[in-house]
Design a protein around this ligand. Structure first.
Ligand code: FES
Length: 165
C-alpha cells in the first residue's frame, strides 16, 4: 500500500476549492481554523505584500489612494490603499461590509472621494468614512460593520508599506 504524503499547497487549494472554501485556501489559516473551531475570521490569506510609496503616485498626497488586485490575496478582489495622514496608510477590501445583496460578485465599494467611500453597486449605497479620525465608520445606510481593514505597517526609513492579509 502506498505511503500517504502530506498535500502540497496547490493540492490543498484544489481540495478546499472542491469543498467550496477556496477563499480559505492558505495552509496557515486552514490550520488556524482547525484549531480554533468555528472562527469567522475574515482573513482570506496569510500572505503579505510590500510596496515602495515613492513608486505609487497615488500615495503621494494625503487622501490619495491606489486600487489594485494582488494575486489571490483578498480572495483575488481589489484592495484600496489610502494615505490618510502624514506617514499614515490604511488598506481596505473593496467588499462592502454591509453585504445586503447576496449575489456574486459581492457589491463593491467605489473609489474614495472627499474622505468618504460609497458602496456603488448596491441600491442601499452605504457610505463609510475614510477620514483618519473616523476611519471605517458607517456614515449612511443604516447599521453595518465598519470597513474591512488589513493591517498596514509603514517603514519610514525604507519608505515602504507592508500589508498583511
Ligand atoms: S452591499 Fe453595500 S450597501 Fe448594500
Amino acid at each position: 500500500m502506498a505511503e500517504k504524503k502530506p498535500l502540497t499547497d496547490s493540492q490543498r487549494r484544489i481540495v478546499l476549492k472542491a469543498l467550496g472554501i477556496a477563499p480559505l485556501a492558505s495552509a496557515g489559516l486552514f490550520m488556524n481554523l482547525s484549531l480554533s473551531g468555528c472562527s469567522d475570521s475574515t482573513s482570506p490569506s496569510d500572505d503579505s505584500i510590500e510596496l515602495k510609496v515613492a513608486d505609487e503616485p497615488g500615495l503621494g498626497n494625503i487622501d490619495g489612494f491606489v486600487r489594485r488586485t494582488y494575486g489571490s490575496n483578498n480572495n483575488g478582489n481589489p484592495i484600496i490603499i489610502l494615505k490618510t495622514d502624514i506617514d499614515t496608510y490604511r488598506c481596505i477590501s473593496v467588499g462592502c461590509p454591509k453585504n445586503c445583496e447576496k449575489k456574486s460578485p459581492a457589491p463593491a465599494l467605489g473609489n474614495p472621494s472627499n474622505k468618504e467611500i460609497i458602496c456603488e453597486t448596491c441600491p442601499m449605497k452605504a457610505k463609510y468614512s475614510v477620514d483618519e479620525k473616523s476611519f471605517g465608520n458607517v456614515l449612511e445606510s443604516g447599521p453595518s460593520q465598519t470597513l474591512r481593514e488589513f493591517p498596514v505597517t509603514y517603514n519610514a526609513s525604507t519608505g515602504t508599506i507592508k500589508i498583511d492579509f
